[in-house]
Design a protein around this ligand. Structure first.
Ligand code: PLP
Length: 281
């Protein structure tokens, strides 16, 4: 397995990051994840635009243009012979003596990329549907930034794992913010697709945006508003989206069956439409 580290392609076990890296000490960094299907990056321009924005929001210089990023990602995909899976990218504020404030302006950011082989299309969970549990959203107030500070999401996902389910939906003031690593959607009886509006309270999901663009083709009207947990329990269909899950049907929330307890027809249609888009992106 080959990884990319600061300008070099290296064997996995030779790629080392110093102890004083601010990503390690402070979680002072940003990440992105793009899917790969048939050896090609899915919706990658949007992921790179979000990476650039996240870096800008915390004052880390983006070390590469979008074209350079894409070239490096593609080279890594080829070197690893990846046909289906993920490309992970991370940029931290670099290596410096431990001090909370930013290091000197000439400190180069640390850039890491690796790939993960993963079956996204043939994920059996997409056939059976996923179960989710709700947990309190413990995160900070800038969740629109894709920061590597993921402890609250680690704890949320672990709560899901302990409950034997696939994902945790995080809740604040009685409404769902998003999944621990996904965007939450519900479908109501009158063919409305409901998801939370963008704000600093959640990550602007790239898959979310694509699904919202595709909703009209599934004859669904998009409604961006808060989703109270009680409403989610009563939804006719529910699903979550992410670069690694695409459109994942949800069949139970906190043990309450959604719809008929199997992936709903509109969710299935959206997954198909998304796959069509992903294959041609
Ligand atoms: N929300 C959170 C908190 C996430 O971590 C992720 C992905 O990891 C998403 C939403 C989905 O975003 P995307 O569709 O861009 O992968």
């Amino acid at each position: 397995r080959t990884v990319y580290l600061n300008g070099e392609f290296l064997p996995f076990d030779q790629a080392r990051v110093p102890v004083m890296d601010r990503g390690f000490l402070f979680a002072d960094g940003i990440y992105e994840v793009s899917a790969v299907l048939d050896g090609r990056l899915v919706d990658n321009a949007a992921h790179l635009a979000r990476l650039d924005r996240s870096l800008g929001e915390i004052g880390i210089r983006n070390p590469h243009s979008a074209a350079e990023w894409e070239r490096l990602e593609t080279e890594l995909v080829v070197k690893n012979g990846l046909s289906e899976g993920l490309v992970y990218m991370q940029v931290t504020r670099g290596v410096a003596e431990r001090d909370f404030a930013f290091p000197a302006g000439d400190t180069p950011p640390t850039v890491v990329m690796f790939t993960q082989a993963k079956s996204i299309l043939a994920n059996p969970l997409a056939e059976t549907g996923a179960r989710v549990v709700t947990v309190e959203d413990l995160r900070w107030k800038r969740r629109d930034i894709k920061s590597v500070a993921l402890l609250a999401q680690v704890l949320a996902k672990q709560a899901a794992a302990a409950a034997g389910v696939a994902e945790a939906w995080m809740v604040e003031d009685g409404a769902i913010t998003e999944g621990s690593s996904s965007t939450a959607f519900v479908v109501t009886g009158d063919r409305r697709l409901v998801t939370r509006p963008l704000s600093t309270a959640l990550l602007p999901g790239i898959t979310r945006a694509a699904v919202m663009r595709l909703a009209a083709e599934a004859d669904l009207r998009v409604e961006e508003r808060l989703i109270p947990v009680t409403e989610a329990y009563a939804a006719t269909e529910a699903f979550y989206t992410s670069a690694s899950a695409f459109v994942m049907p949800v069949v139970s929330i906190d043990g309450r069956t959604i719809g008929e307890g199997r992936p709903g027809p509109l969710t299935r249609r959206l997954r198909e439409l998304y796959l069509g888009m992903a294959r041609h992106s």
